[in-house]
Design a protein around this ligand. Sequence first.
Ligand code: Z5A
Length: 199
Amino acid sequence: MFITFEGIDGAGKTTQIKSLANLFTELGREYIVTREPGGTELGEQIRDILKKYQLDPKNETLLLYANRLDHVEKLIKPSIKQGKIVISDRFDDSTVAYQHFGRGIPIEDIDKIRSFTIGTFEPDLTFFLDLDLEEKYDRMSSRKLDTIEKSGTEFFSRVVDGYRKMASNTPRIVRIDGSQRQEKVFEDIKSILLEKINL
Ligand code: Z5A
């Protein structure tokens, strides 16, 4: 089982992943928590580059897929093979949301790079934590922002709209109202999981 969490920064992905990991621990299920950018040694180095430099959107996209290829082959697939549940904080939908809808990279180009790197590999289930921009800025007001997080409001509004479009036409992606209190968000996640897998 490969589960991913998506949404804009501040939507509560890290918070909910912690609750889900605690639940799997209680249930005695084997799992790993990973993230993108990052996840492997190479991925974490790529993450540092992406966070530090203002790159051309094409270079940003290529580096994200170099990371994803390594992540899928070295960590995600082997962990699934060992019977572990893999939970990833962001995966491929982030590239469609940020690099296609946000930065304007044509979807055909992203499809080609995806096909060249990870092929048709995709998550079994994706939780999209939906949050309005106003609330995102409230939650993130005290944080030091990295390069991507410094992109303007128009960029983030394209990203949120993109996520909403993807969630409305992709059955794998389940939209959860991320503006609810943390406990309620987790209740929603748990009830979807109970529907989809035998916990
Ligand atoms: N990126 C990309 O462009 N293309 C790609 O393909 C990929 C990534 C894979 C990674 O950033 C950046 O890379 C990201 C997209 C880009 N940049 N942006 N923007 P990251 O990994 O450093 O961080 P993030 O993924 O954007 O998320 P985050 O900042 O860690 O936020 P979060 O995990 O969604 O939220 P959180 O840390 O759980 O919560 C944020 C705060 O809100 C915190 O104080 C919580 O206590 C609070 N919180 C959480 N839930 C609630 C609720 N329900 N109510 C109230 N307050 C809450």
